[in-house]
Ligand binder design. Structure first.
Ligand code: ZN
Length: 349
């Protein structure tokens, strides 16, 4: 199986990243000089720079979150239906007719369904009711006693979807933000010579409030930070041109701002220079809603110069998240070039 496919199909909801953490640890062990896990579960791979100067090496932190949106089992009823607590921002409309995996004593496949009637039985008034995430339950096809034997309150539930290649794109669940993890790993593999000490961090609990990014940035205390995450590619029917955040196939997105951060303009300029110089396709990103680990890093300690490299993604927070292969490649190149040269730069304001 390809690395990206493994990354998107391995489960890891906020706070229960153990399986995806093991996979990333294994990958980082092939690349980094040292790999450690902090108290919250962030995985940190350190690649020491070959510093030519006597000065202490600069520290650059790259963050990509390894958690994916999902649920916790919060109630099991007599008939064995499960009620869920969502972890991360779901749109109820994207949950209709989905399948889930309940990670109980064993992995159980289930149908996710809203407590509504089949269309045949709905009155006109009932059909107008807006679905909410709390309307959904899981049907495991098992009776209550069997379910209670296999499932406990607090067990993780993840969405089920296959990884596929569609034309020039990849589509899967959890592309947010395993594609960021993938870009981080691939960029690190491309590094030959670098002077900065590079901290490759797969963060936890980003989807519930940038929590792992906060503690890992505090622990590392970097000189500069780059967050890797998806951004909204709304280049689809029904979007207005002036509301466009990013488009598929137009290159890696350099973050100007998101809801949790405004990037350091000197880091932005450096990323743009690299993209121009290396003839990498890129686009500029302004995402008014939705934050990333850039916000957590930037506001760590006394403030860290930070920007983001984003991967344009269609259908974010659905099981069909879709990225363009060329955009992914340009993000890998842009990051690796930045890591090779960032020790020469002064990002202080
Ligand atoms: Zn994300």
């Amino acid at each position: 199986m390809q690395l990206l496919e493994k990354l998107v199909t391995t489960p890891g909801i906020p706070g229960r990243e153990e399986k995806i953490r093991e996979l990333i640890k294994d990958e980082l062990n092939k690349i980094a000089d040292e790999v450690k896990v902090d108290g919250m579960g962030n995985v940190i791979g350190i690649k020491k720079g070959k510093s030519s100067s006597k000065n202490e090496a600069k520290k650059v932190m790259v963050a990509a979150h390894m958690d994916e949106i999902g649920f916790l089992v919060k109630h099991i009823d007599k008939k064995g239906f499960l009620r869920l607590e969502p972890l991360g921002g779901f749109d109820a409309r994207a949950l209709v007719s989905q399948r889930v995996i309940v990670h109980g004593k064993e992995e159980l496949l289930g149908n996710l369904a809203p407590s509504t009637k089949p269309p045949h039985m709905l009155s006109a008034e009932e059909a107008k009711k807006k679905l909410e995430v709390k309307d959904f339950f899981v049907d495991l096809g098992l009776d209550g006693d069997k379910v209670k034997e296999l499932v406990n309150i607090g067990d993780p539930v993840t969405l089920k979807q296959d990884f596929v290649e569609l034309g020039n794109s990849y589509s899967a669940k959890a592309m947010d933000d395993r594609i960021g993890v993938y870009v981080m790993l691939e960029a690190a593999k491309e590094l030959d010579y670098h002077e900065a000490d590079i901290y490759l961090v797969a963060t936890v609990q980003e989807e519930v409030g940038l929590r792992g990014g906060k503690t890992s940035a505090f622990g590392i205390d970097p000189d500069v930070g780059i967050a890797l995450d998806v951004t909204i590619a709304n280049d689809i029917p029904g979007s207005k041109e002036d509301e466009m955040v990013a488009s598929l196939g137009e290159g890696a997105a350099i973050k100007i701002m998101d809801a949790a951060s405004i990037s350091n303009y000197k880091v932005i300029d450096t990323l743009k220079e690299i993209a121009e110089d290396k003839e990498l396709s890129y686009q500029m990103e302004l995402m008014a809603k939705g934050g990333t680990d850039a916000g957590a890093m930037q506001q760590s300690r006394a403030g860290i110069p930070t920007a983001g490299i984003s991967i344009p993604t269609r259908y974010v927070h659905t099981v069909n998240e879709m990225v363009d292969k060329d955009d992914v490649n340009s993000a890998v190149k842009l990051l690796s070039e930045f890591l090779k040269t960032c020790h020469e730069k002064d990002f202080s304001l």
